[in-house]
Design a binder for this molecule. Structure first.
Ligand SMILES: Nc1nc2c(ncn2[C@@H]2O[C@H](COP(=O)(O)OP(=O)(O)OP(=O)(O)O)[C@@H](O)[C@H]2O)c(=O)[nH]1
Length: 318
């Protein structure tokens, strides 16, 4: 190497906008660039010639330590993925960030370096990936919000039809695998067309929100789901629930909706309140039917409850 080019190389080493450290074969710090001085808060004269792990004791025994050993003794380069290592070096944007221990997000690369007439050295490069990490976090949060929106009904906030379909597939598979019963309830507000006609569409929407809230508040087990199936019809999935337990649940739903005391002048109910009819279909444990048959049976039971006078529960076992 032409000696006149060495100061130039050192200036370049110091000017790059990433952290650069060179270690010798004994893991002593040979070079520590200005970016490291700025972000680690350690001047070159405090680190040059010292053992790397005396300068950065937290890194001993971790993945950076392993990468250094690989580079120095096995001649292997390593790229430490940001997600696994988060921010291994104590590097900060400024003093305020250091006080909060708010580290610069880092991508770390360790490369073996052959040196003429001396044992192998290694170069550690640290890039600031804070912007990319923040962008990724934001995208992940936005994806979660979008996901929750695509699975929620816009009016009532409970699960929508798409969520119902996904949950039904999952619970149906689980019931089949475990030989457990599975109940499905179809819940329909009685004379809702007349309610809308009499009180107006906005009041109709309020009524749907109240009924949905009452249904959602009844669920206790993690696999249970209540969804807006469409219009004024709701569905409830009750895993590991036999026909008698489902009937009890349906009767409680009927009571809870009546307890809301939503006036309905144009209904057939004597109390002139909003009521619901409920159809139940239960698949026995060990004798599964397909999902379409289960939904069809719940619809048929709902139709029976309506035809028998409304504000009633009917059940079928397909
Ligand atoms: N306000 C409001 N009304 C809705 C919504 N979705 C569906 N509906 C109304 O719900 C009513 C359903 O009426 P029908 O299917 O005839 O049933 P029904 O009047 O409830 O009669 P039964 O079910 O036989 O007791 C229709 O008038 C729809 O317009 C909604 O999001 N908001």
């Amino acid at each position: 190497m032409d000696c006149a080019r060495l100061p130039l190389l050192e200036s370049v080493f110091c000017a790059v906008s990433l952290g650069a450290i060179v270690l010798d074969h004994q893991r002593r710090v040979v070079l520590w660039n200005s970016w490291m001085v700025r972000h680690a808060g350690l001047e070159q004269d405090k680190v040059i010639g010292r053992d790397f792990f005396a300068v950065c004791p937290d890194l001993r025994g971790g993945r950076v330590d392993a990468a250094i050993q690989h580079a120095l003794y096995n001649n292997f380069p390593s790229l430490l993925s940001q997600t696994l290592n988060k921010a291994p070096f104590g590097l900060y944007l400024n003093a305020a960030a250091a006080a909060r221990d708010d580290r610069i997000q880092q991508a770390v690369e360790v490369t073996p370096i052959a040196v003429d007439g001396a044992p192998r050295h290694c170069l550690i490069q640290i890039s600031d990936v804070s912007i990319a990490v923040a962008r990724e976090r934001l995208l992940r949060e936005q994806a979660m919000v979008l996901r929750s929106q695509t699975f929620a009904d816009g009016l009532t906030g409970i699960a929508n039809r798409r969520h119902f379909d996904v949950a039904m597939e999952k619970e149906h598979r689980r019931a089949k695998r475990g030989g457990m019963p599975l109940s499905l309830l179809m819940i329909d507000i009685d004379h809702f067309k007349a309610y809308n006609d009499h009180y107006g569409h906005q009041k109709g929407d309020q009524c749907l929100i109240q009924v949905a809230g009452a249904l959602a508040a009844m669920l206790k087990r993690p696999g249970d789901l209540t969804a807006r199936y469409g219009g004024e019809e709701f569905a409830m999935i009750l895993p590991e629930t036999d026909i008698e337990q489902a009937r009890l649940m349906a009767e409680t739903i009927r009571d809870r909706v009546q307890a809301l005391r939503i006036p309905h002048e144009r209904t057939t109910d004597d109390a002139r309140q909003v009521t619901v009819s409920i159809g139940i279909a239960t698949q026995r444990g060990g004798t599964p039917v397909d999902i379409a048959a289960l939904i069809g049976a719940a619809d048929k039971a709902l139709y029976q409850a309506k035809r028998s006078g409304r504000n009633l529960v009917a059940a079928l076992q397909p």
